[in-house]
Write a protein that binds this ligand. Structure first.
Ligand code: NOJ
Ligand code: CA
Length: 586
């Protein structure tokens, strides 16, 4: 029953992920429908209208499978089930159907690099005979010195990638926590199992799969055990299954690597489709957005984009400001990491592994101008934007919580008990909501912001609505402009549709704390009128001379270039742009 889809309002386009705006949620922290203190699928279903009204069209769910939750669900004990705290399989099916009815697609996690040590495969493996197929579901060794050239990822907690198992009488390999043994992809049985799990969820109607920790599937002596050609062969097998049976689904690679090492995760067959993942996160871009603000210089951004190789036409980057993990600083130089740590995490409790465990708003010191600026870049840059739940209202974090829990606290819906997240006794909540005076739910919540025309929530909704009008953001080319003033980032997004109509958008962002002037070479578009897209206000036409602009501190513009003769009195394009909507959303 492959490829059976529930009745839906999904746009029928296999390249849907190019126009996606992804909203990332943790079920346990979104909304608790049965008031036991833990968010659940029925709760999430009841908030789907909120996500759709925000302007996202894709929901990415963090792992919800049975799990000891020692890595918040990335330690899976059963690939085909649902953690009883979150609901039942019937709830998941209803969730998928309800999402599809609202035109929302669903991305879930395919965590295949490792399982929990509680997974029956591991329990069987440790008792099985050395060298047997069952033992070889995982990677074993008599010595913990094998693969010595491999870095440790969870530096704060792990001292080795090997852990001794007294039952097996051997060491097992793990790139993450010691309770997360790595699966052995040299065992064909493991690949079969993984394909079967994938089919199981795709048959249920899941639209996309985030491939967690995908660079580490295969190990080979004498290498650093990342991005190996054999790992890419596995991904080609996974993709072949998608192409054969699920042509409208999407694979999203989580490969925290340099651009040149991430590029192969799209694969290549004919230069158009790619034969591995349709999408991959652009990890190195993310910290450089923060670095540009810290240094008041666009160079970190333009530099990494220059270093980013082209990708096949049907492929797409996924871009983000924050997610459920620490703001990772693995893909920067040591010097850059020090600068970012000093600037954004002077309090050492905010640091974890090679990163910063803070949310967007506190990183920006609550400065609306900076929050808006970074969002404007996220939503206009090449790639599919991924928003992290709660950042649209400027939620805060709690660096006193364990691990990365401080950025996974309950969604703040209202000033009610537990921030409107749950009616449970506060002492029994899965995580305490934020209650500090600046970011606590009394000060930052959806209900209040929905009523406030100037709130971050309504601003974000408006920006997403404006973005949605123009295909150029998801599908267009990106060309950097090079004004002399390096405090200003400027680029052109351009898209020509099937009828030959070209949309041109000029994006300009002041990454500094002071007002700036800039001269842009827009001579290619002489005669066009830049219409500022948020206000729909026309600016002076472009002439033969450099185009001068002034920008407020952290100011930005998105200009749609409209031909002058198309706007005798007022800009016709502008009339079609959405007006501010001010409905109450809950
Ligand atoms: C990447 C996930 O994003 C992270 O949360 C998790 O801890 C590791 N993979 C290990 O599964
Ligand atoms: Ca619950």
């Amino acid at each position: 029953m492959a490829n059976k889809r529930a009745s839906s309002n999904l746009i029928n386009d296999p390249l849907w992920y190019k126009d996606a705006v992804i909203y990332q949620v943790h079920i346990k922290s979104f909304f608790d429908a049965n008031n036991d203190g833990i968010g659940d699928f029925p709760g999430l279903i009841s908030k789907l209208d909120y996500i759709a009204d925000l302007g996202a069209n894709t929901v990415w769910l963090l792992p919800f499978y049975p799990s000891p939750r020692r890595d918040d669900g990335y330690d899976i004990a059963d690939y085909r089930g649902v953690h009883p705290d979150y609901g039942t399989l019937a709830d998941v099916k209803r969730f998928i159907s309800e999402a599809h009815q609202r035109g929302l697609r669903v991305i879930t996690e395919l965590v295949i690099n490792h399982t929990s040590d509680q997974h029956p495969w591991f329990q069987k493996a440790r008792h099985a005979k050395a060298g047997s197929t069952a033992r070889d579901y995982y990677v074993w060794s008599d010595s913990d010195q094998k693969y010595a050239g491999t870095r440790i990822i969870f530096l704060d907690t792990e001292t080795s990638n090997w852990t001794w198992d007294p039952v097996a009488g051997q060491y097992f390999w793990h790139r993450f926590y010691a309770h997360q043994p790595d699966l052995n992809f040299d065992n064909p049985q493991v690949i079969k199992e993984v394909l079967s799990v994938m089919r199981y969820w795709l048959d249920m109607g899941i639209d996309g799969l985030r491939l967690d920790a995908v660079p580490y599937l295969i190990e080979r002596d004498g290498t650093n055990n990342e991005n190996l050609p054999e790992t890419h062969q596995i991904l080609k097998q996974i993709r072949a299954e998608i192409d054969a049976n699920y042509p409208d689904r999407m694979l999203l690679a989580e490969a925290n690597q340099w651009p040149e090492d991430t590029r192969p995760y799209f694969g290549d067959s004919d230069g158009i489709k790619g034969d591995e993942c349709h999408m991959a996160f652009h990890f190195p871009l993310m910290p450089r957005l923060y670095l540009a603000l810290a240094q008041e210089d666009r160079l970190p951004i333009t530099d990494i984009l220059r270093r980013t190789p082209p990708i096949p036409a049907h492929c797409q980057w996924a871009i983000f400001l924050r997610n459920h993990d620490e703001l990772t600083l693995e893909m920067v130089t040591d010097k850059e990491r020090e600068a970012l740590w000093n600037y954004y995490a002077p309090d050492r409790r905010a640091r974890i592994n090679l990163g910063i465990r803070r949310r967007l708003a506190p990183l920006m010191e609550g400065d609306r101008r900076r929050i808006e600026l970074l969002n404007s870049v996220l939503l206009s840059m090449r790639g599919t934007p991924t928003l992290y739940y709660g950042d649209e209202i400027g939620m805060g974090d709690n660096i006193d919580l364990n691990d990365r829990d401080g950025v996974r606290t309950p969604m703040q819906w209202s000033i009610d008990l537990n921030g409107g997240f749950s009616r449970a006794n506060p002492a029994s909540l899965v995580l305490a909501p934020i209650t500090d005076p600046l970011y606590g739910y009394q000060a930052v919540n959806v209900e209040a912001q929905a009523l406030d025309p100037h709130s971050l929530l309504n601003w974000t909704r408006r920006l997403l609505a404006v973005r949605k009008q123009q295909k150029a953001f998801g599908r267009g080319s990106l060309n950097m402009l090079s004004p002399r003033n390096r405090r200003v980032l400027a680029y052109v997004r351009e898209f020509t549709d099937a009828l030959g109509n070209t949309q041109t958008i000029v994006c300009v962002a002041n990454v500094s704390r002071s007002a700036q002037t800039v001269e842009l070479d827009l001579s290619t578009w002489a005669g066009r009128v830049p219409v500022e897209m948020l206000s729909t206000h026309p600016f002076p036409p472009i002439g033969p001379l450099p185009y001068s602009l002034t920008l407020a501190p952290y100011g930005f513009y998105w200009f749609l270039l409209v031909s002058e003769n198309a706007m005798p009195d007022h800009p016709p394009q502008a009339d079609r742009l959405p007006q501010q909507e001010l409905s109450v959303i809950s």
